[in-house]
Write a protein that binds this ligand. Structure first.
Ligand code: RNT
Ligand code: ZN
Length: 418
C-alpha cells in the first residue's frame, strides 16, 4: 500500500525524534491573539477623525468593515479560515454604544465591550485589550500620558483606569487572563529640549492608573516600546529602554516587543531569550516591517520563523503572550488577516518540528560545521505535508483552497458594502 504524504512525512520526522502527532495536538491549543483592527484600517467606532499617533494604513481596497456587525462578521470569517486556538484583541476605540449613548474614553465601562466579550464566549476564547492613546482630540501636541498639560494627562490617566477595569471584567467573564497593552505614540517631530520630563510624566501616569486595585492574575499589563513613528521621528517617549525598565521595575508588568519597533538590523528573535532570562512572562506584537514599522501582513519568512523558534526552543510557550499586529488596506482585508494568522501558525509548527535538543547539543559541543549542515537539513524537511494535515484536522482550507474562499466572501459580502 502506498503511504499518504502525511504518513511518510511523519516517519521522516520520527527518525529525528519528533512526534508529529503530539505536535499537531499541542499547536492547536496555543492561543494567538487575533487583532480586530486589520478589518477596518484601525479606525474603531468612537470617532470620525483620521488615524494618528505615528501609525498609518495605506491603500483603499474595497470592503472595509464600517460597523460592529460588519467587523465581527469579518472576524468570524477569518477565524473559520485559521487553524489553532485564538484570543480576540480589541482596542478601546472599538467600544460599542449599544444604547446609542456615546461616552468618551475616560468614562468607558465594561458594558461598552459586552459584544466583544460575548463574541469571545461564543468561541470559548479569551480577550486581550488595549487602551487607545491615539486618534482622539485629547491628544495634545502629539502627547497623551506624557503631556505637560495636566488636564490632558489626567484625561488619559482616567482612560487607563477605565481600561484596567474593562480588562479585569473581560478576564472574569471569559475565564482567561487579559493582556492589557500600553502603547502611546507620544513623541516629537524634531529635536526636543527636554527628553527626561516627558518620560518622568509617562512613568508617573502609568503608575497612577496601574495603582487602582486589580487582580494581577486576571490583568497582565504590558508596556510596548517603539523607536519612532511618522511625524515623531526625533524622539519617542516610550523608547525601548523606557519600556523595558518600566516593566523590570514594576511587579506584574510585562515588556511587549513589536518586531516593527526597532532599528532595521535589530531582531526580536534575539531579544526574546534575552528577556526570558529575566522576566517570568513577556508579550509580543508580531508584524512585518518593510523599511519602517509598515505593519505589512506577517508571512512565513525567516525572521518570523526565527521568533517562533526562540519561543519553542526556550520552552517558553507558556511564558510568551503572542499577538498579531498588522494592517494592510491595499488588499482584501480578510486575506491579509488570514494569511498573517496562518503564517504565525506555520512558524510555530515549523519550530515545533525542529530537532531543537539535537541542535543545541551540537552547539554545546562546538560542532559548528555539523550544526550548520543540520540546520540547513531542517529547512527542506517535508513541512508542507504536516501543515496540510494540520489544516485538514482543524477543518480549515489548505493553502491551495484558501483564495477561493476569500474570493467568494469578497463577492458575496464585501462587494456589497458600497
Ligand atoms: C503602533 C503599535 C501599536 C498599534 C496597535 C494598533 O506602532 O504597534 O501596537 O499598532 O495598538
Ligand atoms: Zn504593536
Amino acid at each position: 500500500m502506498c503511504m499518504n504524504r502525511y504518513e511518510s512525512a511523519k516517519a521522516i520526522y520520527a527518525d529525528l525524534g519528533i512526534d508529529t502527532e503530539k505536535v499537531l495536538v499541542k499547536l492547536a491549543t496555543l492561543p494567538v491573539s487575533l487583532h480586530c483592527w486589520q478589518g477596518d484600517d484601525v479606525r474603531g467606532f468612537d470617532h470620525d477623525g483620521p488615524l494618528t499617533g505615528g501609525i498609518q494604513t495605506t491603500g483603499n481596497y474595497m470592503g472595509r468593515a464600517r460597523t460592529p456587525d460588519e467587523l465581527i462578521a469579518d472576524m468570524e470569517m477569518v477565524m473559520s479560515l485559521c487553524p489553532g486556538a485564538k484570543k480576540i484583541n480589541v482596542h478601546a476605540c472599538y467600544a460599542i454604544f449599544e444604547d446609542g449613548k456615546f461616552v468618551d474614553r475616560d468614562k468607558l465601562e465594561p458594558k461598552h465591550f459586552q459584544r466583544w466579550i460575548d463574541l469571545a464566549k461564543k468561541y470559548k476564547v479569551g480577550i486581550d485589550f488595549n487602551p487607545t492613546f491615539f486618534s482622539h482630540p485629547m491628544v495634545k501636541d502629539g502627547l497623551t500620558l506624557s503631556s505637560p498639560d495636566e488636564k490632558t494627562r489626567k484625561f488619559w490617566i482616567e482612560h487607563g483606569k477605565a481600561c484596567v477595569r474593562i480588562s479585569e471584567e473581560m478576564a472574569k467573564q471569559t475565564g482567561y487572563p487579559c493582556v492589557m497593552n500600553i502603547w502611546t505614540g507620544d513623541g516629537f517631530k524634531d529635536i526636543p529640549a527636554d527628553r527626561l520630563g516627558p518620560r518622568q510624566r509617562y512613568k508617573d501616569s502609568i503608575e497612577q492608573f496601574l495603582a487602582i486595585p486589580f487582580d494581577k492574575n486576571l490583568v497582565k499589563p504590558c508596556v510596548e516600546s517603539k523607536v519612532f513613528g511618522i511625524g515623531v521621528e526625533a524622539y519617542t517617549v516610550g523608547s525601548a529602554e523606557f519600556a523595558l525598565s518600566f516593566a523590570a521595575m514594576h511587579d506584574g508588568c510585562l515588556p511587549l516587543m513589536d518586531n516593527g519597533h526597532y532599528h532595521p538590523t535589530e531582531v526580536v528573535s534575539d531579544k526574546i531569550p534575552a528577556l526570558l532570562a529575566f522576566f517570568p512572562e513577556i508579550a509580543l506584537h508580531i508584524t512585518r516591517p518593510i523599511r519602517w514599522d509598515s505593519d505589512h501582513v506577517v508571512l512565513f519568512d525567516d525572521e518570523t520563523k526565527e521568533m517562533a523558534k526562540e519561543i519553542v526552543r526556550c520552552d517558553a510557550l507558556d511564558r510568551v503572550y503572542m499577538a498579531l499586529d498588522y494592517f494592510d488596506a491595499s488588499i482584501n482585508r480578510i486575506g491579509a488577516w488570514t494569511v498573517g494568522f496562518r503564517s504565525w501558525q506555520k512558524a510555530l509548527l515549523s519550530a515545533m518540528l525542529t530537532p531543537n535538543a539535537m541542535l543545541k547539543d551540537l552547539q554545546d559541543q562546538n560542532k559548528m560545521s555539523e550544526l550548520m549542515i543540520a540546520q540547513e537539513m531542517v529547512k527542506t524537511l517535508p513541512f508542507g505535508d504536516i501543515w496540510n494535515e494540520y489544516c485538514t484536522r482543524n477543518n480549515v482550507p489548505s493553502d491551495l483552497e484558501l483564495f477561493a474562499k476569500i474570493d467568494a466572501y469578497e463577492k458575496d459580502v464585501l462587494a456589497k458594502r458600497v
